[in-house]
Design a protein around this ligand. Structure first.
Ligand code: NAD
Length: 331
């Protein structure tokens, strides 16, 4: 079989770094691009062609797709956890520039498959007002009332990808990721998501002996959390499938934030006091309905939260310890 030639945008970020590694392991040729300086990429894979560039610029998109590509994975976006997206709506919406320019360049270059990373934040907020929420089906995105800022950009961009397919024949695919977590991701600085934040706070409490952690809100808000290996596998399966509408890629095991902390504490072998403080909370509950992905791909995320958090906690613990010791950290 001829080697697959792939392009990954946002490759210096969390999911992009893992996806690049998986593509290289399959024997694909990978051009990896991110606007961050190379020494800030979470993973740098020597076997890829690593490019520092800004894909919000049309000319960068044309250059990175020069010579075409069998598969394009467009992951670059300004994003973070609730603390970031609630306070940076304009920055999140500006990702529409990269979404647009990558689609235009992909159409011009005649790429084989084009994957877009959308989000569970496209779902209507009024369907997520209870902690004991009904899992979200793909059709629940309409009538549209997504997360302000970030969610609107995601919904618009996945819809634009659909119309590029319908009008121009570009073979687009879109996944709605649900809270992806794992090692080599953002764990501090304000853009981290709940699992990484929980691992960091618990590790810090263990290493400094404070005996307590801060939890935003009452901790009864619920989410499902998806391990990175499942995210990568789902992304590859969807991109190479014949299914063309947006598809959830998310775990369907609903847990509260308090339960998330309890699992991390069990892994760390401690029991901490929870100090509940005001903070950005997002919707009250969110879960993924996996009926469609099972039907269309014959597969769904399967890594248990305990398994995934064990790996993540160990990695975050090492970062926190390195930081306390004054050693360099991965991100
Ligand atoms: P991340 O922040 O770790 O990675 C995104 C990367 O994109 C960053 O390294 C950033 O520097 C880069 N980037 C941003 N704008 C760019 C530009 N104009 N040009 C080049 N690079 C640019 O985020 P992630 O968690 O890896 O998320 C990847 C994608 O998946 C994003 O589109 C995100 O919205 C989507 N997503 C992620 C989650 C999640 O839980 N992590 C959930 C839903 C959707």
């Amino acid at each position: 079989m001829a080697e697959i030639n792939a392009v990954v945008t946002g490759a210096g970020g969390f999911i992009g770094g893992h996806l690049t590694r998986a593509l290289l392991a399959e024997g694909c040729g990978v051009r990896a691009i991110d606007r961050k300086p190379l020494d800030e990429w979470y993973q740098v894979h020597e076997d890829a062609v690593n490019v520092v560039g800004d894909v919000s610029l049309r000319e960068t998109c044309t250059e990175i797709l020069d010579g075409g590509a069998d598969e394009v994975y467009h992951l670059a976006a300004d994003m973070g956890g609730m603390g970031f997206i609630e306070n940076n709506k304009a920055a999140c919406m500006l990702s529409v520039l990269s979404s647009t320019h990558m689609l235009l360049a992909a159409k011009e270059a005649g790429v084989g498959r084009y994957f877009y990373s959308s989000s569970a934040c496209v779902y209507a907020a009024h369907k997520q007002v209870d902690a004991d929420v009904l899992p979200l089906r793909e059709e629940d995105a309409y009538p549209a009332m997504p997360e302000d800022g970030y969610g609107w950009e995601k919904l618009f961009s996945e819809r634009m990808a659909r119309h590029f397919r319908e009008d121009y024949g570009l073979a687009t695919r879109a996944a709605r990721y649900h809270n992806i977590y794992g090692p080599y991701g953002t764990w501090a600085g304000g853009r981290e998501k709940a699992p990484a934040a929980a691992c960091r706070k618990v590790a810090l409490a263990v290493l400094t002996g404070t005996g307590e952690v801060e939890v935003w809100g009452d901790g009864e808000q619920t989410r499902s959390f998806t391990y990175i290996d499942d995210c990568v596998e789902g992304t590859l399966r969807l991109t190479r499938s014949e299914y063309t509408d947006p598809l959830n890629i998310g775990s369907d095991r609903l847990v509260s934030v308090n339960q998330l902390y309890a699992i991390v504490e069990r892994i760390a072998g401690v029991q901490l006091r929870h100090r509940h403080v005001p903070g950005p909370l997002g919707v009250r509950g969110r879960n993924s309905d996996n009926t469609l992905i099972r039907k269309e791909l014959g597969w769904a995320p399967e890594t248990s939260l305990v398994q995934g958090l064990e790996v993540t906690y160990r990695w975050v613990y090492d970062q926190v310890k390195a930081q306390l010791d004054g050693r360099p950290v991965t991100c």
